[in-house]
Write a protein that binds this ligand. Structure first.
Ligand code: CO
Length: 308
């Protein structure tokens, strides 16, 4: 990785870590999801750093993929278990990090610790040529040692320029079929989840998060207006996920546009990911740059001390 690219990854991570911790501090009873999403996104943008995906605020049995709509009414309540998952990029070089906040209660402290310890463990093992199955096994064992289950069908992922999921998966369970090994310079988001449910997620309602399809047969679309709208979206959001809130700024009353373009399969809405038995879910995530003998975390909080 050349110095210029390295510095971009580092800056994306540093600004994002600050925004994540700032956002986590805003999660209080009575505060709206919308206020936290907008505040965190503004904080990142104010630094001149881009957003690699909308702020995800996922409550209780929702593992991931909920972002408030522009007119969202949800507010945090005492006892909520909130996953705040945020993403930035500098010139397309991405950082991705998440933290779990339990709102004013401490019922799930050990589940929060389970996903956090599993992440520390994974980071301590990560290096060039390590088997990703071994990382998954360590995550699974750590989560289980707390009496919880990892989510077996959610994984971490490799990052490439303007690509949030670029092909390599970092499993959260032992997976002997995963023979892939990272090499120095690869950038990975590692994200263990823990649950008191079944350990599996299924697709739920829409997330209010969309993405432009990478390739489409433009000749197959006869409707010129849709084509123009799609091109405008693609120019704005490129290959990265975007929020209904962002589309609303681009086209007021964007619901119809989003529905039309989804119908034509030019864009796609992500579903919410819900625990199969309705179990509570915790998550922690960092982005790392793999090196020959370890990895460098780009999204640690200021003054982070390695404890493992
Ligand atoms: Co993430």
């Amino acid at each position: 990785m050349d110095d210029d690219v390295y510095e971009k990854y580092k800056r994306a991570g540093k600004i994002l870590a600050e925004a994540r911790d700032y956002g986590a501090g805003l999660v209080k009873p009575g505060v709206s999801f919308l206020e936290v999403a907008n505040s965190v996104e503004s904080k990142i943008l104010d630094e001149g750093v881009g957003l690699s995906f909308p702020v995800n605020i996922s409550r209780n049995e929702i593992a991931a993929h909920y972002s408030p709509r522009h007119d969202d009414k949800l507010v945090f309540k005492k006892g909520d278990v909130i996953k705040l998952d945020v993403g930035s990029h500098v010139d397309g070089y991405i950082a991705d990090t998440a933290v779990t906040v339990e709102v004013e209660t401490h019922k799930y402290d050990d589940m929060i610790k389970a996903s956090s310890d599993a992440l520390d463990k994974a980071i301590s093992l990560m290096k060039a040529d390590v088997s990703l199955s071994k990382i998954g096994k360590a995550i699974e064992e750590t989560v289980k040692s707390y009496g919880y289950k990892p989510i077996d069908n959610l994984t971490g992922h490799s990052l490439e320029r303007y690509q949030l999921h670029s092909g390599m998966s970092v499993p959260n369970v032992s997976n002997m079929f995963n023979k892939i090994k990272p090499k120095a310079g690869d950038v990975l988001a590692i994200e263990p989840f823990a649950t008191n449910g079944g350990g599996h997620v299924i697709s739920g309602n829409g997330s209010n998060i969309y993405m432009c399809e990478r390739s489409f047969r433009s000749r197959a679309v006869r409707d010129n207006r849709s084509k123009i709208l799609f091109n405008k979206m693609k120019n704005e959001f490129k290959t990265l996920p975007f929020a209904e809130r962002w589309s609303e700024k681009l086209f007021p009353n964007s619901d119809l546009v989003l529905r039309r373009l989804s119908y034509l399969r030019l864009i796609r809405q992500y579903p919410q990911l819900i625990e199969i038995n309705g179990g509570i879910i915790t998550q922690k995530e960092h982005t790392v740059i793999v090196t020959e003998d370890g990895c460098e975390v780009t999204t640690y909080e200021k003054g982070h001390k390695v404890t493992t």
